[in-house]
Design a protein around this ligand. Sequence first.
Ligand code: PMP
Length: 343
Amino acid sequence: MMEPTSRNRFAYRVTAQEVRFVADTATPKYAFFGGEIVPFDQAKVSVMTHAFNYGTGVFEGIRGYWNGEAETTYIVKLREHFLRFLKNCKMMHITVPYSVDELMDVSVQLVEMQDMRGDVYLRPIAYKSSETIGVSMEGVADALTIFASTFGNYVDIDRGLSVCVSSWRRTEDNAIPARAKVTGNYVNSALAKNEAVVNGYDEAIVLNPQGFVAEASAANIFIVRGRTLITPGFSDDILEGLTRDIVTQLAKDELGLETRERSIARSELYYADEIFFAGTGVQIASVTSVDHRNIGNGEVGPITGALQRLYFDAVKGRNPKYMEWLTPVKSHALAGSETLAAS
Ligand code: PMP
């Protein structure tokens, strides 16, 4: 139920029963904002900001995993995230005056300063920042912010998910490109996810305008048939996911399984032996039912389970073969964090 808050009859809050699975997110301590690292509560934008009004922001979601034995946070595919980010900024005519290396350095600094000794989530957003009315992006200024937060599991990965095929279609490439990771496009994700949750499902599978499987609301999808992994290709209105790359490589190198990129028809979902989602947020999440039809025998499948274990070993820095995916942030750097913050 929504109830008016006591102080303002136009402000509403949601009661606890309505929140089904919300990842544990703590308020960040700092943000990179206006070209410097500032206390988080100073990172504020005006309600007139172009991106706030029109969704003209490009963002990333990046995880870092805390490895207690190594006293190190391992940030996953940091360089690749910023390479994608800058490509997407170019698509949106957003200028970011920093190189990939500089963006990585700021991110590492934020993780050091946040002093979490736990898993971390980095959220860079480059956005159209002018306070102006009108959708044109010509002459509109750009800005960049990055903050680091805690972030628990986005979906429950300890059991299989019950999902539906959404009644909402993925935005097509000639409307709002899914690959762009642009804030405005997440209206599409929000509608699909919300519909799924209010109907009692954990997640949604979204079809593209041609009726083929695109992805989940915020993750890529794989189906397993026999010993082959199948995932939609880049022309199926998907985000070019980095976890998708990780899965493909782990499947090949560690399990000897090939991944085929091709369109997947809706009814093929019900035929699959296993289905799982892959994304920075969801990590590797098993799907055990689609539209009330069990996938396989309705339990987490052996290939999904194996990939989940391989994934966590790799991203937590427990498999030396995949250390090149990780940017280590040693916790001894934490000692200097307050000095840095004060300067
Ligand atoms: N698709 C969408 C729509 C997403 O939001 C995400 C999460 N970034 C993904 C796929 C997975 O991408 P990645 O593995 O790079 O996080």
